[in-house]
Design a protein around this ligand. Structure first.
Ligand SMILES: [Zn+2]
Length: 388
């Protein structure tokens, strides 16, 4: 990404599986392919993002076009300050998002409620019946950005969870314990044992999405559960970085997110799951904008901003895994199936060519937001969005 074009005539190796390796040549007129009979176009149903942070106000206005450009819908996280806790809050936030859309954009925000210990089951039931909300989000108190209102004691929200199980409304969980005794790299695995497994034992009909799963343990857990009641989102950046990217050679604040990226073996498990075709796994970018001032600080915020280049990143990952044929399932089909919504009729076409030059930063009214840098060139770009 963001590599300058090499000198004309210089051979440019392209990162594809060895069986498909080709060389491309720069000429005065740009890049010309020596081998053109490759599978360089990929048309998918227009993808959705099943986990997205849009924030509010100037930040919302700045980042929303980045998602709306390629994605048809997104599950909108409710961790504003104050959080989105009632149906009325969700409706008002949805209206602010729609008002901030660029003219002509075709994008539908799918709203969620922030589960608190005072959430009213009747309000949740009404909001779901009227399609105002599509899920409820569980943040263990203190787990991530703006999660102080989260749940401390699950037994206090049992009536809400029972209602959700009855009506089929998914619970999206930030799957980390917040116990200060537990190492930050172990918090997801401990959450499975301490919280998720007992919760699912007590409410087996509750439909749960393990958000932004980051560990082999998380993948194994989800694979062992029924696809009708258990799903998991995987981000683009967790398929690309592991903890070395954050910490080796100087700390990289723009790679810091929560759940924090783990060891390389966990990243391999995530790639295996995402590219497996298993319907339990689908895209949730967790694109989470913070200004550079908040990221590049002594106590930097958690979050990677990937809305702009997530599809290019994913195509590269799936291409390297030899699984481009499974990208549509992961990005466009498995999510709607879990959420019981139709897949999108429109399509996007990805084209492989010269590396895409994405801007390093997005300007917002709150300040610049640095775009996730995968650390390798992105050869797939999104060409068009068309009706099917
Ligand atoms: Zn998130």
């Amino acid at each position: 990404m963001r590599a300058d074009p090499p000198d004309p005539g210089k051979l440019l190796p392209i990162a594809v599986p060895p069986s498909r390796r080709v060389s491309l040549v720069w000429s005065a007129t740009g890049l010309s392919a020596i081998a053109t009979a490759m599978n360089d176009r990929l048309t998918l149903r227009r993808p959705d993002d099943w986990h997205l942070h849009l924030r509010d106000g100037a930040m919302l206005a700045g980042v929303l076009p980045e998602t709306a450009r390629h994605f048809a819908r997104a599950i909108i996280m409710p961790n504003l300050v104050p959080p989105v806790v009632t149906a009325a809050d969700a409706e008002a936030y949805r209206d602010r998002i729609v008002a901030a859309l660029p003219a002509g954009a075709r994008f539908e925000p799918l709203m969620t409620l922030y589960l608190t210990e005072t959430t009213d089951p009747a309000d949740v039931r009404r909001a779901a019946a009227n399609a105002i909300v599509r899920a409820v989000k569980l943040y263990p108190a203190g787990a991530t950005t703006n999660s102080a209102s989260g749940v401390r004691d699950l037994t206090r929200v049992l009536p809400v969870l029972e209602t959700m199980a009855e009506i089929g409304l998914p619970l999206c969980v930030h799957g980390e314990v917040t116990d200060s005794e537990v190492d930050i790299f172990d918090r997801e695995a401990v959450f499975l044992d301490r919280v998720l497994a007992p919760l699912r034992d007590s409410l087996p009909d509750l439909r749960v999405v393990m958000e932004h799963v980051t560990t082999g343990e998380g993948i194994a857990y989800v694979r062992g559960e029924p696809a009708a009641t258990m799903g998991a989102t995987i981000t683009a950046h967790h398929l690309i970085i592991d903890r070395n990217h954050i910490l080796v050679g100087g700390i990289k604040p723009h790679y810091y997110c929560l759940p924090v990226a783990k060891r390389a073996i966990h990243r391999a498990a995530l790639i295996d799951a995402a590219t497996s075709g298993d319907p339990r796994f689908f895209l949730g970018t967790d694109s989470a904008p913070h200004t550079d001032a908040l990221k590049e600080a002594a106590c930097g915020c958690a979050g990677c901003f990937t809305a702009t280049n997530a599809l290019s990143c994913l195509a590269e990952v799936f291409d390297r895994a030899g699984s481009l044929d499974r990208l549509e399932g992961f990005a466009s089909l498995h999510g709607p199936a879990f959420y019981r919504l139709p897949a999108n009729e429109e399509t996007v076409t990805l084209v492989r060519g010269a590396p895409v030059a994405y801007p390093p930063k997005i300007d917002t009214g709150d300040g610049p937001v640095t775009l996730f840098d995968p650390g390798f060139p992105l050869h797939w770009h999104v060409e068009e969005s068309t009706s099917r």
